[in-house]
Design a protein around this ligand. Structure first.
Ligand code: ADP
Ligand code: MG
Length: 253
């Protein structure tokens, strides 16, 4: 059992404050969804946690099992158990998925240690079977000419191989078609369990029909302003975000 604690986090891009005091605890086994209008800092939050160098954490803390990860580079955070699924994954022509994933595994080993090829392929194939991915898929170049759904399949397979403690999945604005949505949802639902915590960022309630979250949070102007269960997502879908703004204005008036 692990715990990811985000404590009064403030994040700036350049001089501009974007995340303005966000607090959230995610336990392994839980799926948390963050919803909110465009430009409220949802993607900034996930990139800052993952250690993207363009995002400056100006105050607050992020801890895994009580240990701050803020002094760690992105790769160390990944080793500590953070996985960030990219909204717009890169294409890597000429590098097969199998070799890419192998390099990612190799990078986690200590210097001088070699990955065991047969054990690696055994694990890869067992994950692919679990996720119902065709064997031919991993001989293709990473994301090269992939459809939206294939990119998602590649990402889910990466996640399955890396076995993170916490997956940050930013699906906002990615224009997922229904196939891609199902691939993400089936993948997350397959991996869901006591050893994985998920932070699912989404603009659309639709994804939450397939991945039913334990907790739903509304992010507005860099903060979480409302939390609830899955019914909150339905309420947002029906009423939009304006009522949240009005509630906030009424509270501060
Ligand atoms: P969301 O994911 O909720 O739509 P973002 O985190 O992408 O919000 O963006 C929050 C704010 O930060 C927006 O005002 C956006 O214009 C700004 N922003 C995001 N990325 C950058 C960047 N690389 N440089 C400058 N401003 C950025
Ligand atoms: Mg975003």
């Amino acid at each position: 059992m692990s715990q990811l604690v985000i404590q009064n986090l403030h994040v700036s891009i350049g001089e501009k404050p974007i995340v303005k005091g966000l607090t959230l605890t995610i336990n392994s086994g839980e799926v948390h969804a963050i919803m909110g209008p465009n430009g409220t800092g949802k993607s900034t939050l996930s990139k800052a946690i993952a250690g993207h160098p363009d995002y400056t954490i100006t105050s607050g803390d992020v801890l895994i099992d009580g240990v701050s990860i803020l002094a760690q580079e992105a790769d160390e955070r990944a080793r500590a158990g953070i996985f960030l699924a990219f909204q717009y994954p890169s294409e890597i022509p000429g590098v097969s998925i199998a070799n890419f994933l192998r390099a990612a595994q190799q990078a986690r080993l200590a210097e001088g240690e070699e990955i065991d090829a047969s054990a690696y392929y055994k694990r890869l194939y067992s994950k692919m079977d679990l996720l119902k991915i065709d064997r031919k898929f991993t001989s293709r170049a990473v994301n090269d000419g992939f459809s939206g759904g294939e990119k998602k399949r590649c990402e889910i397979l990466q996640m399955a191989m890396l076995e993170p403690k916490f997956a940050l999945m930013d699906e906002t604005d990615s224009g997922l078609d229904i196939d891609a949505l199902r691939i993400v949802a089936d993948g997350v639902n397959t991996m869901r369990g006591p050893n994985l915590g998920v932070l699912l960022i989404t603009h659309y309630q639709r994804l939450l029909d397939y991945i039913v979250p334990d907790h739903v949070h509304v992010m507005y102007d860099g903060r979480l302003v409302k939390s609830g269960d899955k019914s909150l997502a339905l309420e947002l879908e029906a009423k939009g975000y304006d009522w949240i703004k009005k509630e906030l204005q009424a509270a501060t008036a």
